[in-house]
Write a protein of this length. Structure first.
Length: 250
């Protein structure tokens, strides 16, 4: 059976955990070589080992997306190892401080913007030239349902994710005739380590905000990422796709 991404090279930030881990494994299952980039090198190496144990090709790289030079170096390492870049998933993210806007600290705001918005821009400014040299590609930015609506006590996170959707649209327009498609995904609340700080009763409350009355699973997001990365999505660019159990339909 032919696989969707045979011969492609994919770059996944935050690939050592949660949605990025599921995406990296799904890419490898479809035949891509996968570069797993994470602040947490042990997590990235664990995911790379899982892929290699199944006969795939993978490379773990430690990098910080909030540092332009660090992510630029990760792209250089990717080209040195695999010679090209076809797919990039800008997924690394943090939750950010929970406080009403008037009580948000400047340092908390800067931190979440630095990873969740600046990090996507820094990644794209290194990925795009590499993709142009490779003849085009697909960029998928991990926004959130909170890229479309607000969520009390999360001003920095919500602002950064709305920004990711805008950045996605802009780059899509700029590169549409040069073979690079750029899309964003808006997951609802997904059962990953990102939510592990929350107590069980608040998780049940969060699950009930989704009409399906449950949290999503990382694989349910990864399946959409694989579709957008593949040639099946050849006429899709500049869009934002929720995968949210109906959250935004309310
Ligand atoms: P996760 O399990 O915490 O995984 C995120 C990974 O990114 C972690 O390995 C983390 O490393 C890494 N990371 C954090 N800051 C980084 C940086 N500056 N540079 C490089 N890597 C960094 O989170 P997830 O739930 O899979 O989230 C992935 C993405 O989906 C995020 O952008 C998040 O905002 C978005 N999202 C998640 C949900 C959800 O409910 N889970 C919903 C909507 C959108 P450390 O562990 O060392 O921090």
């Amino acid at each position: 059976m032919s696989r969707e991404l045979t011969g492609k090279v994919a770059f996944v930030t935050g690939g050592g955990s949660g949605i990025g881990e599921a995406t990296s494994i799904a890419f490898a299952d479809e035949g891509a070589s996968v570069v797993i980039v994470d602040f947490d090198l042990a997590g990235a190496e664990r995911v790379a080992a899982t892929i290699v144990s199944k006969g795939g090709l993978a490379q773990a790289i430690k990098a910080d997306v909030s540092d332009d030079a660090s992510i630029g170096d990760a792209i250089s390492q990717t080209i040195a190892k695999f010679g090209r870049l076809d797919i990039a998933v800008n997924n690394a993210g943090i939750g950010g401080d929970m406080a009403p806007t008037g009580d948000q600290s400047v340092s908390g705001w800067r931190k979440v913007m630095g990873v969740n918005l600046d990090g996507v821009f820094y990644s794209m400014r290194h990925e795009i030239p590499a993709m142009l040299k490779s003849g085009g590609g697909s960029i998928i930015n991990m926004a959130s349902i909170l890229g479309a609506v607000g969520f009390a006590n999360s001003a920095g996170y919500v602002t950064a994710k709305h920004g990711v959707v805008g950045l996605t649209k802009n780059a899509a327009i700029e590169y549409a005739t040069q073979g690079i498609r750029v899309n964003a995904i808006g997951p609802g609340f997904i059962n990953t380590p990102l939510l592990s700080a929350l107590p069980a009763d608040s998780l049940a409350g969060i699950a009930s905000l989704h009409p399906m009355n449950r949290l999503g699973q990382s694989r349910e997001v990864a399946d959409l990422v694989v579709f957008l990365a593949s040639e099946k999505a050849s006429f899709i660019t500049g869009s934002y796709y929720p995968v949210d159990g109906g959250y935004l339909a309310r």
